[in-house]
Write a protein that binds this ligand. Structure first.
Ligand SMILES: Nc1ncnc2c1ncn2[C@@H]1O[C@H](COP(=O)(O)OP(=O)(O)OP(=O)(O)O)[C@@H](O)[C@H]1O
Ligand SMILES: [Mg+2]
Length: 532
């Protein structure tokens, strides 16, 4: 069950108020008693002075008796009697007031006051007798004086005893007040010590259970604002501070979870964007491939049309030309100009015309062959086997030109979906070009290599090389630098490779050699055009 910090504070407040009220109440009661004691002290001191005054009056009366006797003045009697009457009245008034006060000491005091009253009465009775004796020519009785002295002496003693009773009361009141003041002082000191100790304990408890956890929480909050969401706070407090810590941890947990989700979402977005970009690039490439394929197809179609026209429009008149030339040759031969130099000259010219007609015919046939190139008949074929056959086919030619053949085949090579006949035609073209480029001997390297989902074929020679300016044109139809060359070889090679969804490239250095590289897909879905 959760303990409430507010109930602790309320408890401390109630204890505090209770302590203040208790101590304040006790002190107030004691101060009230002390004030009462002061009033009683005042009254007691008034009583003491009253008793002293009474005694003074008695002693003054006795003193006046003495004086009047010495002066033989019997007229003083009335004045002395009046003084004693006044003293007696004061005493009776005092006794009356003491009786109504119901003080504890009244009993003892009353006995003494009664005795004092008896003394005053005795003096009053004695005085007429003393003054009668004084009027005689020769005073005879001295006992009256002695008795008066005795009364005066007793009166003094009695007043002293009565005041002793009062002094006893005064000292009791003073002692009681002193004790109460001492108790108040003790209470004050105790309360001060207890208060200071309670404040210290309260401060330590408050600091440990409230202030320190709040400081920790403030530090953690600052770290969170700095981006550290992994921070957690711990406390064994079972008060609202504990609840606050739990809420804080739950909040940071949620924040961290949201951050994780956001990061995951960002990563997913990034991945999606990358995928979409890749897809876009791929479709873009595929589009451009399709576009160039379309252009190529259109070119081929146009080429086919041209080839048909050329075949028809040029070959027909060429045949007519050839037939007429044969007729002309026959006629020249039938002419009786044996040994005539004119006849020989004419025959020579017809031979040139015949050769050129044959060459034009050959060009047209090659062109038509190129333009109407058939689609490859794809079949899984062993490329290493094809390359071995090629090497055998060119061995004779190579040997004649003092060329060594280096066949390096990758044993891991897989079969490729190709038209084997067409592939042989293409590779043979490349090997023959290489041999023709090395009229004074050299080396021909035929190499195969397995790539990821593709096969690489290289035909490398150490021949004359190709000038950089010609490299861009070698695959164009009709481009040749050879006497008697038609310039269709590499054009056909490129056509065959591209019809197999492969690619061909050439690197060459004049006087050093040439390297043709072919990349072919090993599956019908593999893409190899961009590898080179
Ligand atoms: N391996 C090579 N080394 C040097 N030059 C080369 C090589 N292969 C091709 N060539 C250059 O490229 C040109 C074009 O070659 P291509 O095979 O298309 O035509 P050709 O060999 O000249 O004639 P043909 O149509 O009879 O093959 C060649 O004339 C030659 O100059
Ligand atoms: Mg050639």
């Amino acid at each position: 069950m959760k303990k409430k910090l507010s109930s602790y504070i309320a408890g401390a407040f109630i204890i505090n108020v209770f302590a203040i009220l208790s101590v304040g109440g006790i002190c107030t009661l004691m101060v009230k008693d002390m004030v009462t004691n002061i009033a009683r002290l005042e009254k007691e001191s008034g009583n003491v002075s009253t008793i002293y005054r009474l005694n003074n009056k008695i002693q003054h009366a006795v003193f006046m008796v003495h004086n009047s006797i010495v002066d033989y003045d019997e007229t003083a009697e009335n004045e002395i009697m009046a003084t004693m009457a006044k003293a007696e009245k004061d005493l009776l008034d005092y006794m009356g007031s003491e009786k109504s006060g119901h003080n504890l000491h009244t009993q003892e005091e009353f006995i003494l006051l009664e005795k004092l009253h008896d003394n005053i009465s005795g003096i009053k009775t004695l005085l007429p007798e003393i003054y009668r004796n004084l009027t005689l020519a020769e005073p005879q009785d001295e006992n009256g004086f002695k008795l008066l002295e005795k009364y005066a002496f007793h009166a003094r003693n009695l007043t002293q005893s009565i005041n002793d009773v009062h002094f006893k009361v005064v000292s009791g009141l003073v002692k009681e007040s002193y004790n109460k003041m001492f108790f108040i002082l003790l209470l004050y000191l105790t309360c001060s010590v207890v208060g200071i100790l309670a404040s210290c304990v309260g401060y330590v408890v408050l600091s440990r259970h409230t202030i320190k956890p709040i400081i920790n929480l403030a530090t953690a909050t600052r770290r969170i604002s700095g981006g550290d969401l992994g921070i957690r706070v711990a406390t064994d407090s079972e008060t609202e501070i504990g609840t606050l810590y739990q809420s804080f941890n739950a909040m940071t947990e949620k924040l961290q979870e949201h951050q994780r989700k956001r990061e995951d979402f960002n990563r997913m977005l990034e991945k999606l964007v990358k995928e979409r970009t890749r897809e876009l690039l791929e479709s873009n490439e595929s589009l451009s491939r399709t576009q160039s394929e379309l252009v190529r197809m259109e070119k081929i179609a146009t080429l086919g049309q041209i080839a048909t026209s050329v075949n028809h429009e040029i070959k027909t008149p060429l045949n007519v030309l050839y037939m007429n030339l044969q007729l002309l040759i026959r006629k020249i031969n039938q002419c009786p100009m044996e040994g005539d130099s004119l006849k020989q000259g004419m025959l020579g010219l017809t031979e040139i015309i015949n050769n050129e007609i044959g060459r034009i015919n050959e060009i047209i046939e090659e062109f038509v062959k190129y333009a109407r190139f058939p689609a490859p008949k794809i079949k899984e074929s062993d490329i290493n086997k094809i390359l071995t056959d090629i090497a055998e086919m060119v061995t004779q030619n190579a040997r004649e030109a003092d060329i060594s053949i280096d066949l390096q085949l990758d044993d891991n090579l897989q079969t490729c979906p190709v038209d084997a006949k067409m592939m042989i035609q293409a590779l043979l073209n490349l090997c023959m070009n290489a041999i023709q480029a090395m009229p004074y001997g050299g080396s021909l390297k035929i190499e195969s290599k397995k790539l990821e989902s593709c096969t690489k074929i290289s035909i490398i020679d150490t021949g004359q090389g190709i000038e950089a300016a010609d490299l861009d044109r070698i695959f164009d139809p009709f481009f040749t630098k050879k006497d008697g060359g038609l310039g269709f070889g590499l054009a056909i090679v490129q056509r065959i490779i591209e019809d197999h969804r492969g690619s061909i490239s050439c690197r060459s250095e004049v006087e050093k050699g040439t390297e043709f590289t072919i990349i072919l897909p090993t599956t019908t879905k593999a893409i190899c055009q961009d590898i080179i």
